[in-house]
Design a binder for this molecule. Structure first.
Ligand SMILES: [Zn+2]
Length: 463
C-alpha cells in the first residue's frame, strides 16, 4: 500500500494525493494549481500520473484548489466515480462552471493582448467537460461507510471548513500481504464556532493521517469578536454617511457575512441600512446553502426553526443583473455592498472601488486572506494610489481588515485536532508553505508524534 503526494506539497494549492492499494488507484482531491499564469498552466496541464489509470476520486470540498482540475482529469480520460457529500456536489456544479468561464475569458484576453511569439494558453477545460464530470459524482452522506474499490472503503466526517466539507477516513486492505490499515485525510480543516457550520468532528482510530498546515505556525483572532468588530465598522461609516464595500469570495465568506449582519440587524446593533450582495455566483451558492440544512450547526437550525431566514432579511437585497449593479453607483447614503472578488482582483467590486475609493466617507473592509501582488494586498498594506482598470485613484477611503474570518484551523486548533485521534503511527503534513509545515511538524514532534513533510511526487509505503 502506498501514498503518492501529487500536489499541495510544501505549498498551498493543487491538492492531489494518490492512494495505491491492490494495484487500484484512488485519488484524494484534484485541485487546480493557482499561481503565475504560465507556470500554473503547465502544472495543471500535466498530471503526474495517467488520468485514465485512476479508479476513483474522493473529494474533500468544493474550493477550487481542491476540486478545480476535476474536469481536466475527466477530459484526459478519468472515467471513475467521484465521491463527495451532496452539498459539495451541488457547490461544485457552480464553482466548476464558473472556473470554466473564467478560463475561457482569460484565454480570449491573452489572445488579444499577449505577444504572438508566446505559445497560446488554451482553457484547461470547457463547460462540456464540467457537465461530463458532474455526471460522475456520487453523493454520500456524513458517517456512512461506502465501498470505493477493491480493498478501499471510505467514510466522511464533518470538517467544519465550508458547507459540505469533509474529513475522509479510509480502511485499506492489501490482499497479497493480507494486511489492513486505516488512513484519514483532513482536507481543509475548519474551526470550532464558525457560523452556520458544524464544528470539525472527531473520528475512529487512525494509523496514518494526511493533514493540512495552512496556519501551522499562526494563531487567529477569536471567532467571537467578529460581530463586535463588524458592528463598530458599520456604525462609524454609517454615521459619516459612507458606503461599506466588502470584497468577498462568493463561497462561504459571503454567507457568513450575511449571517452576521442578520443577527446584528435583529439586535439593532447596526442601523437599518441597505445591504447589497452584488454577485450572481454568490446568489447561486447561497441557494445551495438553503438546500442543505443538514450541514447547519445548532444555532442556524434554531433560527430556521423560529422561521427566521439567515440568508435573507429586511435590509438584504441580492443583485444579479449588471444594469442593477450599475444603478448602485447612483445610490447615495450609507449602505453595505458585498461583491466578488475577495482579493479585489476582478469582478464587480472593482467598479464599486473605482467609484467610491476617493471618497473619505467610504470604508473598504477585507475579510479574507490577501495574496501578494493583488490590489487587496496593496490596499491592506497602505497603498495611497489604487490602479483600477488602468487608471490611478487616490485612496481616501478607510481600509480595514478583520482577521478572525479564517475558515482554517490555526496551530492550536490543528494540534487539538491531532491529539483527539487515537492510534496514530505517522502524520503526513501537506497544504502549507514550507515554513508553516515545518513549524507544525516540529510542534508535533515535541508531543512525540512521528511526522513527514512529503515532496512533490514522493511515494511512501504504508502498512
Ligand atoms: Zn478550502
Amino acid at each position: 500500500m502506498k501514498i503518492r503526494f501529487c500536489g499541495a506539497t510544501r505549498e498551498v494549492t493543487g491538492s492531489k494525493h494518490l492512494i495505491i492499494v491492490n494495484d487500484k488507484r484512488v485519488l484524494l482531491d484534484c485541485g487546480l494549481y493557482q499561481g503565475y499564469r504560465r507556470e500554473a498552466y503547465a502544472k495543471n496541464n500535466a498530471f503526474p500520473f495517467k488520468p485514465s489509470s485512476v479508479d476513483a476520486l474522493v473529494l474533500s470540498h468544493s474550493h477550487i484548489d481542491h476540486c478545480g482540475n476535476i474536469p481536466g482529469l475527466v477530459k484526459k480520460g478519468f472515467e471513475g466515480s467521484i465521491y463527495a457529500t451532496s452539498a459539495t456536489r451541488d457547490l461544485c456544479s457552480y464553482m466548476l462552471m464558473d472556473s470554466a468561464m473564467i478560463q475561457e475569458r482569460d484565454a480570449e484576453y491573452l489572445k488579444k493582448h499577449e505577444k504572438t511569439h508566446k505559445s497560446p494558453i488554451e482553457p484547461l477545460y470547457d463547460e462540456k467537460d464540467v457537465k461530463k464530470s458532474l455526471n460522475q459524482f456520487v453523493s454520500v452522506g456524513y458517517e456512512r461507510a461506502f465501498a470505493i474499490t477493491d480493498g478501499v472503503a471510505g467514510c466522511f466526517y464533518e470538517a467544519g471548513h465550508i458547507l459540505g466539507s469533509a474529513i475522509s477516513h479510509f480502511i485499506l486492505y492489501d490482499k497479497t500481504a493480507d494486511k489492513r490499515c486505516t488512513l484519514a485525510y483532513s482536507g481543509d480543516l475548519g474551526r470550532k464556532g464558525l457560523p452556520i457550520l458544524k464544528d470539525p468532528q472527531y473520528f475512529p482510530p487512525t494509523d496514518y493521517l494526511i493533514i493540512e498546515s495552512t496556519y501551522g505556525d499562526r494563531t487567529h483572532d477569536d471567532v467571537a469578536n467578529i460581530q463586535k468588530e463588524l458592528a463598530d465598522i458599520v456604525n462609524k461609516t454609517a454615521e459619516r454617511g459612507g458606503k461599506i464595500l466588502i470584497p468577498s469570495f462568493a463561497l462561504e465568506r459571503t454567507q457568513e457575512l450575511i449571517y452576521h449582519f442578520n443577527l446584528l440587524s435583529r439586535s439593532h446593533e447596526i442601523p437599518n441600512i441597505p445591504i447589497f450582495v452584488d454577485s450572481p455566483l454568490s446568489i447561486r451558492v447561497t441557494d445551495v446553502f438553503k438546500a442543505h440544512p443538514e450541514c447547519f450547526d445548532k444555532e442556524t437550525a434554531e433560527l430556521i426553526k423560529n422561521k427566521e431566514n439567515p440568508f435573507g432579511f429586511g435590509e438584504l437585497k441580492y443583485i444579479s443583473d449588471v444594469e442593477d449593479s450599475k444603478k448602485l453607483n447612483e445610490y447615495h447614503g450609507p449602505c453595505i455592498i458585498i461583491a466578488a472578488s475577495g482579493m479585489a482582483e476582478h469582478g464587480r467590486i472593482l467598479h464599486h472601488l473605482k467609484n467610491n475609493i476617493e471618497d473619505p466617507k467610504t470604508t473598504v473592509l477585507f475579510v479574507g486572506f490577501q495574496a501578494d501582488h493583488t490590489l487587496g494586498r496593496k490596499l491592506v498594506d497602505g497603498a495611497k494610489i489604487a490602479t483600477i482598470f488602468g487608471e490611478d485613484y487616490k485612496v481616501n477611503a478607510e481600509i480595514h481588515k478583520i482577521d478572525a474570518f479564517s475558515g482554517h484551523a490555526d496551530k492550536n486548533e490543528l494540534m487539538d485536532f491531532v491529539m483527539h485521534i487515537r492510534g496514530l503511527k505517522k502524520i503526513f503534513i501537506v497544504h502549507g508553505e514550507e515554513k508553516q509545515s515545518e513549524a507544525f511538524a516540529q510542534a508535533l514532534k515535541e508531543k512525540g508524534y512521528e511526522t513527514h513533510i512529503p515532496k512533490f511526487a514522493e511515494e511512501v509505503e504504508i502498512e
